[in-house]
Design a protein around this ligand. Structure first.
Ligand SMILES: [Zn+2]
Length: 265
């Protein structure tokens, strides 16, 4: 309740014209900031999402997991505002991956890994002008949340990047739907992520679906909320069948749970 109250305070108790994600200014979180009349803003020199409200504009800022706690700066056309990022310690998660090549790739895998990383980074880095973006997501698949965002991962006793999404365990073949409208920006069979779909929702908001058994969309396709993207699988680096669901905002991977304000897992 405290978080919801702080959003209302920021917006001055005005009626919402557009639903927003939960304001949670921590590494891997989202800051929802009142910017008054300003029509654009940048954070770490990247354009950020602007939601228009009757009482003024709101910047919706993704905060990277690597962010330091303390005062952060949002640059506007006329000056800047600062906001506080609070520290957050994510727990450690140890996993055993049977396919050791997915933890310690062979030398001949590196070209493929680098090429795929570039392809995904290009999508994460994109900013397309779209208005009326739906920021209250549907859950993309029916299942059980098996691993939450931000966990500091140790795979086969070796430290690896923190968990950049939410895992939802479900039987292979379970339907995965678009949680909001967007355009399919990439699909592929990636070394670590397996069969993958990336959706561009506009203004730097990108979602990603990994380890699919089947992909049902193609690059360039428009999807609406509820459209079928593919089915749950166990392709790529996995311990079992699940959906890895990632959300990225201004190239910062953020907690998908902050967008699940309609219903919770
Ligand atoms: Zn995952």
């Amino acid at each position: 309740m405290k978080l919801k109250l702080s959003i209302l305070l920021i917006l001055g108790w005005a009626p919402l014209t557009m639903a927003l994600p939960i304001h949670n200014p921590v590494p891997g979180g989202v800051a929802v900031l009142d910017i008054g009349e300003a029509g654009s803003a940048t954070y770490n020199e990247r354009p950020v999402m602007i939601a228009k409200h009757a009482t003024g504009n709101v910047a919706v800022v993704g905060i990277p997991l690597s962010a330091e706690s303390g005062q952060h700066r949002l640059a506007l056309e006329t000056g800047a505002i600062s906001f506080e990022v609070k520290g957050k310690e994510y727990e450690i998660q140890r996993l055993t991956i049977q396919n050791k090549r997915k933890v310690n790739p062979y030398a001949q895998d590196m070209d493929r890994i680098v090429k795929e990383r570039t392809e995904m980074d290009t999508v994460f880095d994109s900013y397309t002008d779209v208005n009326d973006i739906d920021l209250t997501f549907d859950v993309p698949t029916e299942g059980i949340m098996s691993s939450s965002f931000g966990l500091r991962r140790i795979l086969n006793d070796q430290p690896r990047s923190p968990h950049s999404g939410m895992d939802i365990a479900a039987p292979e073949g379970t339907r995965i739907i678009a949680p909001a409208a967007g355009i399919v920006a990439a699909t592929g069979d990636y070394f670590f992520n397996g069969n993958t779909v990336m959706i561009d929702h506009g203004q730097g908001l990108i979602t990603m679906y990994c380890h699919l058994s089947r992909i049902d969309v193609e690059v360039g396709m428009k999807v609406r909320t509820g459209d079928l993207l593919g089915t749950v699988g166990k392709t790529g680096r996995v311990t079992g069948a699940h959906l890895h669901w990632g959300v990225s905002l201004n190239d910062a991977r953020v907690d998908p749970a902050l967008f699940l304000t309609k219903e919770s897992l």
